[in-house]
Structure formats: structure tokens, C-alpha cells
Design a protein. Sequence first.
Length: 399
Amino acid sequence: MRTQVAIVGAGPAGLVLAHLLHLRGIDSVVLERQTRAHVERRIRAGVLEHGTVELLRDTGLADRLDRERMVHHGLELLFDRAGHRVDLTGLAGREITIYGQHELVKDLIAARLATGRPLLFAAPATGFSGLDTASPVVHFVHEGRERELRADVVAGCDGFHGVSRQGLPGHTVSTVSHDYPYAWLGVLADAPPSSEELIYAYHERGFALHSMRTPTITRLYLQVPPDAQLAGWPDERIWAELRTRLARDDPAWQLAGGPILEKGITGLRSVVTEPMRFGRLFLAGDAAHIVPATGAKGLNLAVADVSVLAAALGQWYASGAERLLDTYSGTCLRRVWRVQHFSWWMTSMLHRDPAGDPFTAALQRSQLQYLTSSTAAATSFAENYVGLPLEGGTDHDHA
Ligand code: FAD
Ligand code: DHB
């Protein structure tokens, strides 16, 4: 098989990249390890930045999103049993969108299939050769056979557990990482949201987050120890803990319960691989970096990366100029580190230190009080949360 751009991974990064390239007349083949049913059911992110939605809309990917999304103009920070609203739109001029990542992935798969160009499921990449030549090859398995995909360029969009990062020779890259001493237990519940907006709660028993997917489905998260097992968290324990951590003095407020449809535990980590390129291999999204989920940024960063990559490849195919390919990694990493800092900061402010250090707790409370009483502090928070504009240095004409 031969194509212009070999895309490994059909998550948001790989699928959006395939679409942006198609609009520029650049051909690609997308290889995905899992089945279609698996990726369309994988419950993950829910918050889309304004810039992400605009990019999807400008490129014809937002028809269902625009019909079904929930638009939020603010969020709530809850501590000491009192809620404090942050007016995101008032402070930062932009709103956020709630729309499940798996719904977006369904839309992206449909858009890809409509182009008639290849998207192979159950086709794991196993390795690469010739990455430092003009004709790199992706080795993969499909229908029980070992196969090769030859391309001009390889886009490694295969997430944190993919193989692409291993394509970067150790001596050419540095990986910086930071582990957090807690994880998130996430549940999807058949219960109407108990608030119109997201609630980020700081509580002495640990962080909790109230989010949603639709007017009848709630998405909730609890801080748990990093080694927590699902077996230790029966549904009654999850609801009791959520009720405790989300409790407030307002007697009119109650957390609506309901059957738990899905649950899972995810660790919180920060990892950045630099540079995001070796020869003809370009990493994008979680393959290159992950952020702790608190800032709701991972999916948005993945889309930001591929918008830069698509513009760079567009320039290269159109004129042979390598300038944007050469600046790809640096351009992406400026945004990655801003987001990494914001996500670390928000995580550190809201999670209970397992060692129970009273100094840390006093600093967290002070930070929350400042954030909810100073317009300057709230504006900085809001600007980062709704998302900084997508980078210049690319052409903004996504088509
Ligand atoms: P992925 O979505 O991981 O896609 C990679 C794809 O590559 C997968 O389909 C995988 O099966 C495939 N693959 C792997 N290995 C191979 C291989 N060898 N060959 C072929 N294919 C392969 N982000 C936000 O922006 N907002 C949020 O609100 C948010 N909340 C989150 C909540 C949770 C609980 C979690 C876990 C994550 C959250 N994130 C959030 C992060 C977000 O889900 C990820 O950052 C996002 O999925 C990254 O997209 P991606 O395309 O880079 O990687
Ligand atoms: C969701 C996930 C997040 O990580 C976050 O910060 C906010 C909302 C969600 O899944 O809805």
C-alpha cells in the first residue's frame, strides 16, 4: 500500500488530521488498532474549547455537534460548602461546549468514510522503517496478515499507549514526566445533571467533579488513591462519596442519583516528549504529550497539534517549502507547555494531598478564595480554561 500521509490511530488527532488533509487534496490512510465499535463507545473527554469547535465548524464537521452540544458560559468552584460561579464568557469572551468525545469520534469516522478514503479498523501498527528517508514505511497487521504502508510522511496519532513514540530514537528525544499521587474514578450515570454547569469541588475527602453529557446523563468524577481498584468502589459507595464531596449549605440543592452505566479509573500524569518529530515521523496528540484531566485539555491539544501539522503539510505539498514542518514541534510545544502548566496548577489547587499536609491545604484554600474574589485572577483562569487562540504561524484557512 502507498499513500501520501500514513496516519496511525483513529482518535480525535488522527481523524481530524485525515479530514484537514483531505480538504487540502492530500491523501492519507488511517490505521486503527481497535474495532470501530470499540472506538465509538470509548467514554472519555467532554469539554471542547471554543477554538476546537470553530475549527470543526469551519471544516464541515460540526453539523450534529451544533445541534446537540450543550453550551456553557460559566462553571462553578465549590469549597467550604459554598459554590462560586466563574463567568467564563464574561471574563474571557468565549464559551465552552459539552459534547462527548465518543460522539465526536462517531462524527469524524462518518466524515472519513464519506470521503471513500481508507480507514482500516483492527489494523495495529507494529513498527516503522526508513523514518529518516524520503519513503518511510509503517508495518501493520490486518486480517491476520503482516502488511506495509509506504508514505511520504507518517503521523503518529496513536495515543499514549501507541507505538509511534517508540519510533523516535532515544538519543534524539527527551521525555519529561510528572506523576500525581491520585487518580480519577469516572462514572457515567443515567441521571439528569444536578446543575446547569460543571462543578469542580475541593473537599477534605478529595476532589469531585460534576459534569454531564446530555440533559439526562451525568458524568461524575472522584479523586481516588492511585492504586484504587474498581472492586473497592461499588455504586453505593460512589454515590455516598459524591454526595459528601458535592454537599453545600444551600438546602435546595441535591445530587440526583440513578443507575451507573459505566465506570473506570484513570491515573493523572503529565508527560511531554520533545521534539515531536524524528525525520518523517510527526507525533500529535496524546502520542506526544498527556496532561492531567482536571483542565479538560487533552482532546483540545490533540486538535491544536493536527491543525498545525495539516497547515505544515499543506505548505510542503503545495510549494516544497519545509519551514512549517521544521517549526511544527516548537509551535506545538509552546501551547503544550502553557496547557501543561495550567492543568498542573488546576490539579494542584483542587486535589487533596494524600499526606494531609496542612500547609498545602491552607495554600489551596487561599488560592480558591483569591480566584473567586479577584477579577484579575478569575480572568487568567477563564482565559486558559476556555482555551487560548489556536497558534499563528499556520495558515488559518483550514480548507
Ligand atoms: P486517542 O484518543 O488515545 O487515540 C489514539 C488512537 O490510536 C486510539 O483509537 C487507539 O486505539 C489507537 N492506537 C493505539 N495504538 C495503535 C497502534 N499501534 N496502531 C494503530 N492504532 C493505534 N480531554 C479534553 O480535552 N477534555 C476533557 O474533558 C477530557 N476529559 C478526559 C477524561 C478522561 C477520563 C480521560 C481518560 C481523558 C480525558 N481527556 C480530556 C483527554 C482526551 O480524552 C485525550 O487527550 C484524547 O483522546 C487524545 O486524542 P488522541 O487522538 O491524541 O489519542
Ligand atoms: C469532563 C472531564 C474533565 O477532565 C473535565 O475537567 C471536565 C469535564 C467530562 O468528562 O465531562
